[in-house]
Design a protein around this ligand. Structure first.
Ligand code: NAP
Length: 277
């Protein structure tokens, strides 16, 4: 798996999304060597399920060899309602159906990585995890991930899913480090930690340079964008860390893809550790 992934949500997130530009962004990611693409059945601008999964698979199919090189990591457990409202369903029946529908949409016999999107407070977490395990046993999915979890929930997932669990996807960025204990548990247990919102989300990503004078100062010293510096900082936080920056423009993807080769020196790293919290 590449050192960073691409958050594909961003290519269809807005009702006025430029689909052709999103396709170019996916192709730019493949060409830059990115092999992990994150999506979810619930992503899209509307209440319709599967919009983002369909857009991602169509873009990948248009690129020669892409499908042989990449891992599509989708998610299930969120629902969409009228007027694009968000809901949640962690029941075993719903998760079993959601995974099968995602596999069908993506044209895959088995999902390479199926992530439980978010714990459902109305369903004991162990029940949702039991449903995920069953999906592996039934051959619907190859590997499992969980998302938006605390340490206690992650421990339940580890106990029930064992070696089938390979990844955790939580929010983590310079300004948002609440998942630090989860990151450390991932490190201990050999799980990948996919950082969502690694640039602080769409609104903040645009102004991340303004948000921190320290970040802009470091960026100008390295001749790199503040976003690339922020991703390089994240990569240095832990060997488990795999940021999945979202992008709707090919330029963003190309720039982010250069972050793994940018080495921050210790002084700059320490300064960034101490700011934008
Ligand atoms: N598990 C969950 O509950 C959950 C929740 C939210 C998101 N996610 C996943 O995480 C992914 C990333 O999160 P996010 O999209 O919310 O936030 P983000 O990655 O922090 O920010 C995305 C924004 O950053 C901009 N950007 C990316 N790289 C850049 C660069 N090198 N230079 C300048 N701008 C850059 C993009 O701009 P352009 O659009 O202009 O290219 C995009 O609008 C999503 O796409 C999704 O797959 C998961």
């Amino acid at each position: 798996m590449s050192a960073i992934g691409m958050g594909a949500m961003t290519i269809t997130q807005r009702p006025d999304a430029d689909v052709a530009q999103g396709v170019r962004a996916v192709h730019a990611a493949v060409e830059a060597g990115i092999t992990l693409f994150d999506t979810a059945d619930a992503y899209g601008p509307s209440g319709e399920m599967g919009v983002n999964e369909r857009a991602l698979i169509a873009a990948l199919r248009e690129h020669p060899d892409a499908l042989e090189r990449v891992i599509i990591a989708t998610k299930g457990g969120h629902t969409r309602g009228p007027e694009a409202t968000w809901g949640i369903d962690g029941s075993p029946e719903y998760l079993a159906r959601a995974a099968r529908e995602s596999a069908q949409r993506l044209g895959l016999d088995a999902l390479p990585l199926f992530q439980h999107h978010r714990p459902d407070p109305r369903v004991p977490y162990a029940e949702s995890m039991g449903a995920l395990r069953q999906l592996v046993e039934d051959g619907v999915v190859q590997r499992l991930g969980v998302s938006n979890v605390g340490v206690d929930q992650l421990q339940v997932a580890i106990d029930i899913l064992g070696a089938h669990l390979v990844s955790v996807q939580n929010e983590y960025s310079l300004p948002q480090r609440a998942s630090e204990p989860v990151l450390r548990l991932c490190e201990e247990r050999g799980l990948a930690f996919f950082a969502w919102g690694p640039l602080g989300g769409r609104a903040a990503a645009k102004s991340i340079a303004d948000a921190s004078a320290a970040l802009s100062g470091v960026a100008s010293r390295y001749g790199a964008s503040p976003q690339r510096i922020a991703l390089a900082w994240l990569l240095g936080r832990s060997p488990a860390m795999i940021p999945i920056p979202g992008a709707s423009r090919p330029e963003s993807v190309r720039d982010s893809a250069m972050s793994p080769s940018l080495m921050l020196d210790d002084e700059d790293r320490r300064m960034l550790d101490g700011v934008v919290q």
